[in-house]
Ligand binder design. Structure first.
Ligand SMILES: [Zn+2]
Length: 343
């Protein structure tokens, strides 16, 4: 009797440890598969040119470019947005090749690198950029009093492909909701967590582009990463929907098949928002055990943890565009001029 009790306790303990360490187990399981080989180049359709034998360039207009890595297993897309005075490179891929010469070939303006989030397939890793800007979240700032932000295991996940977490030399902290001035062009920083706690999107209101990183792209959306959050995802979707015009073109950071950059629509974000609400209400069934795969629409699926592990409490609800407190605030005083909604 006592022996079987001890055995039961050991099994329970092991299960508890496995549960607590599930994200690490997952990452190391991926690492066991080894680094994926580059695929053969495929036809990328009209409007896409090969920069060399690895990168592709697709002009969305004469000052906005999708830089693709279609031969890399995760088929990454980074975006170069050029203004009169400076340019922004939104994501830099996994650093299998150096993206800087590609960006340099498209503009002579100073380039600021902004990661959509800190996963290894977006931060360029060993590439060091002249100028780096990241989302201004209190817990990140606290870790980098000297501007040197060492990425944590859970934020970076480079172990999956044997890549060490880099330290970012941060020149600029981007407040959620703030505008990045490129000269004659501005990008608004939208805090769009969900895939990770540190995820942002960039909105070019005038050109009607939204660059979303891994918040939404053409492929399975991952909401089961170590710092993913279902409540965060819902907050991010709400922020996009309340900030973007319906006709906005949406560009994500991955795709599954050619040709060209992964382009979606605001309707896809609305479908994601609806799916998240349905999951929270227990009205949308998923398939599989871990991750659970929920349908979003004809072309999108959301991979999440099972419902009993889903966390619907947003981590930084104060960073959502102001709705409740605006109602309260406006009754007391009008907001100062120039603050187009605070985040
Ligand atoms: Zn990614």
């Amino acid at each position: 009797m006592r022996k079987s009790l001890i055995a039961l306790a050991v099994v329970a303990l092991l299960l508890a440890v496995a549960l607590a360490q599930r994200h690490r187990i997952l990452v190391y399981a991926v690492a066991l598969q080894g680094v994926p080989a580059l695929s053969e180049p495929e036809d990328e359709g009209p409007g896409v040119r090969w920069h060399d034998d690895y990168f592709t360039v697709q002009a969305l207009d004469e000052r906005t470019f999708a830089i693709g890595e279609p031969r890399y297993a995760q088929q990454n897309y980074s975006y170069l947005v050029v203004g009169a005075e400076r340019a922004v490179l939104f994501d830099a891929g996994p650093g299998v090749r150096d993206i800087r010469p590609v960006a340099r070939s498209l503009t002579d303006r100073p380039i600021t690198f902004i990661p959509s989030h800190f996963h290894y397939d977006h931060v360029g890793n060993e590439i060091s950029f002249d100028r780096v800007a990241v989302i201004d979240l209190p817990y990140l700032r606290a870790r980098a009093p000297d501007g040197r932000l060492r990425l944590a295991f859970e934020e970076h996940l480079g172990v999956a492909e044997g890549i060490e977490a880099p330290t970012l030399e941060v020149d600029e902290w981007l407040a959620p909701g703030s505008q990045i001035d490129l000269g004659d062009r501005t990008l608004q920083v939208l805090y769009t967590p969900g895939h990770t706690e540190d995820s942002i999107s960039l909105l070019d209101r005038e050109a009607s582009y939204l660059f979303t990183g891994d918040f939404i792209y053409l492929g399975p959306l991952y909401a089961f990463m170590p710092n993913s959050g279902m409540g965060d995802y819902l907050q991010g979707a709400g922020t996009v929907l309340s900030s973007s015009a319906p006709e906005t073109r949406v560009f994500g950071a991955h795709r599954v098949v050619p040709p060209g950059a992964p382009e979606l629509a605001i309707d896809d974000v609305a479908d994601l928002d609806a799916a998240l609400r349905a999951i929270r209400a227990g009205e949308l069934a998923g398939a599989g055990l871990y991750p659970v795969i929920y349908p979003v629409n004809a072309r999108l699926e959301l991979y999440a943890e099972p419902s009993w592990l889903q966390d619907w409490t947003p981590r930084h609800p104060d960073l959502a565009p102001d709705t409740d407190s605006r109602a309260v605030g406006s009754a007391l005083s009008s907001p100062p001029a120039g603050t187009a909604g605070h985040y």
